[in-house]
Write a protein that binds this ligand. Structure first.
Ligand SMILES: *[C@@H]1O[C@H](CO)[C@@H](O)[C@H](O)[C@H]1NC(C)=O
Ligand SMILES: *[C@@H]1O[C@H](CO)[C@@H](O)[C@H](O)[C@H]1NC(C)=O
Length: 270
């Protein structure tokens, strides 16, 4: 009787924890499906359109970035998913190593971005300048700029006079545009109780003094407003970074545990 029990236990005992195995499988599977979604969105955006304005502004087409990120994620999560399901050490090691590399790359970018914050600001400024220059060339770019200015209650990068970078809003005397010296409507401060929206509230404001301009538009540049936003939302920024890092760290640790359990299992059989 006792002997039978011991035998059964020896037969069913496994070094591999099913909870870890299925958790890793399920978790990789979720991100695997998610990666397919990212690739699909990237391909859709790529096929839909890629104007010269967008390409010039972003250096690299954002659709290409989505596709590359999605494809890399697809291969990594595929290794984790099938590796956990089939208890395949080689796939699990590939998963663990690539995830570690991806994690360290993100960490390096974050640390560099923090220590070289002036250069980061300049790079962002460069992007914003191009977005302002191409504001009227691409509807998506226009929507993005409008969204940023409305959301952060700001205008231009340094201040509202940055809109002179754009051909339509440029302040030089020779400019025949009706919007000369103006700013887009998204710079306008909302007027309480206004029935008919005055879309022309930004006209000619670049000729006005700062204090006068503050009456109708946001005069502070988006660079300062973004810096202020980050400073007042440090907790949220930290939580987002943690939300990005935690699944990766969990994936690395769980796959390492599973690898050593599978190795123990193999050694116990030998
Ligand atoms: C706007 O910013 C530019 C560049 O930083 C600066 O030269 C200019 O004096 C500023 N204008 C106003 C009205 O603050
Ligand atoms: C506005 O246009 C003039 C003439 O085309 C140009 O010389 C000037 O640099 C432009 N302003 C800005 C701020 O780009």
């Amino acid at each position: 009787m006792d002997r039978e029990l011991n035998l059964n236990r020896a037969e069913t005992f496994s070094f591999i924890n099913p909870w870890i195995r299925y958790f890793l499988f399920f978790f990789s599977f979720l991100f695997w499906v998610f990666s397919l979604l990212i690739v699909a969105i990237g391909v859709y955006a790529k096929v839909q359109k890629a104007t010269d304005a967008v390409r010039d502004t972003f250096l690299v087409d954002p659709a290409i970035i989505l596709i590359v990120v999605g494809v890399v994620m697809f291969f990594i999560t595929f290794c984790g998913c099938i590796g956990a399901l089939r208890e395949n050490i080689r796939l699990l090691k590939t998963f663990s190593l690539s995830l570690t590399l991806v994690f360290l790359t993100q960490l390096a970018i974050a640390v560099l971005g923090f220590f070289y914050s002036d250069q980061t600001r300049d790079a962002l400024g460069n992007f914003m300048k191009k977005a302002i220059v191409h504001y009227r060339d691409d509807l998506d770019l226009q929507n993005l700029m409008d969204y940023i200015q409305k959301e952060f209650k700001c205008c231009g990068w340094n201040n509202y006079t940055d809109w002179s970078w754009n051909l339509y809003f440029n302040c030089s005397q020779e400019n025949p545009s009706t919007e000369r010296c103006g700013v887009p409507y998204s710079c306008c401060t909302p007027v309480p109780g206004e029935v008919v929206i005055n879309t022309m509230c930004g006209f000619r404001v670049q000729t006005q003094k700062y204090l006068e301009a503050t009456k109708s538009i946001y005069t502070v540049g988006c660079a300062d407003k973004a810096a202020m936003w980050i400073e007042s939302h440090l907790l949220l920024v930290g939580a987002l970074a943690l939300g990005l890092a935690l699944p990766q760290i969990a994936g690395i640790i769980l796959s390492q545990i599973l690898i050593s359990q599978i190795e123990d299992e193999i050694n116990s059989v030998l």
